[in-house]
Design a protein around this ligand. Structure first.
Ligand SMILES: [Zn+2]
Length: 62
């Protein structure tokens, strides 16, 4: 299997870090254990990594 699983944030491979797979819009993406909190807590930081990611619903600017 030649497909290299790389963290979308830091490009670490599963040789370097534990890598988890997740899905977004039918794409399989990968993130290392170090960057899981970004997905959970800081989805806005993913927007430049995942251009299709919509703005968070329910977000209000005052
Ligand atoms: Zn990472």
């Amino acid at each position: 299997m030649n497909e290299e699983k790389k963290c979308i944030v830091c490009q670490s491979t599963s040789q370097q870090m534990p890598i988890l797979e997740f899905a977004f819009k039918g794409q399989k993406l990968h993130v290392c254990s170090q960057h899981i909190p970004i997905i959970i807590h800081q989805p806005d930081k993913l927007q430049h990594l995942l251009p299709d990611l919509p703005n968070r619903p329910g977000e209000h600017d005052d």
